[in-house]
Design a protein around this ligand. Structure first.
Ligand code: FMN
Length: 204
């Protein structure tokens, strides 16, 4: 057995079950470390990593979803090259999860609409900057229009916000699981090909 009493992991199937449980907890609970993964995209031949919030996870469809401003560089990077990776780390359980797969950007389809409905009003402020994220400015600023600054959250239900919203949906086909242990680290790899899965323990 790899884990003690709290989480019995003896098989590759147990690894998957505990990974899925951590990812579902990450979506539900903003205090869970899997709430804030790192998403890496390719900018030409240069990888670019950033923290995002995990908004949805499905092990059945093998998807990971985050939201962003449609004007951010990661959107055009994914449109140019859909290969992405996601990195999760749980500092108390000492577990790292790495996923790779392909992503798509949704701005005006059913997926975008259903994801937009899940964006709470106070969070809609993230899509209200007048200029695209990453635009240079003379002084430190949120870039929000003056009529929105310091206003009640309901004002944030602003039509411009919806226009700037995008959902990034990634379908993963590989997962690398690593558990750090004083008595020796343990690692497993999973590869989905069509609907088959190849799973194996590997040397860490
Ligand atoms: C805790 C945390 C959570 C974040 N969540 C998101 C997010 O869900 N979506 C997003 O686009 N940016 C998020 N950001 C900001 C990104 O890390 C990044 O700075 C921004 O999206 C610009 O990225 P880009 O220029 O590579 O597109 C978050 C940053 C932090 C620190």
């Amino acid at each position: 057995m790899i884990f003690g009493k709290k989480g019995n992991i003896s098989t590759l199937d147990d690894v998957l079950k505990s990974s899925w449980e951590n990812l579902h907890n990450g979506v539900r609970n903003f205090r869970h470390p899997f709430y804030r993964p790192t998403l890496t995209t390719m900018n030409g031949n240069k990888p670019e990593a950033r923290t995002v919030i995990l908004r949805e996870f499905s092990e059945i469809d093998r998807i990971l979803i985050c939201h962003c401003d449609a004007r951010t560089p990661k959107v055009s990077q994914i449109r140019d090259n859909p290969n992405v990776s996601w990195l999760f780390y749980h500092p108390k359980k000492w577990i790292q999860l790495r996923f790779s797969g392909t992503a798509s950007v949704h701005t005006d389809d059913k997926t975008a609409e259903s994801q937009w409905k899940k964006v709470r009003l106070p969070n809609r402020i993230n899509y209200c900057a007048e200029k695209p994220p990453g635009s240079p400015t003379e002084k430190p600023t949120s870039g929000l229009p003056s009529f929105l600054r310091d206003k009640a959250p309901k004002l944030l239900d602003h039509p411009e916000a919806r226009k700037n919203f995008a959902a990034i949906v990634c379908r993963f086909d590989q997962m690398d699981w690593l558990l750090l242990k004083l008595t020796g680290n343990i690692r497993a790899k999973f590869h989905w090909k069509d609907n088959r899965i190849e799973a194996s323990w590997v040397i860490p």
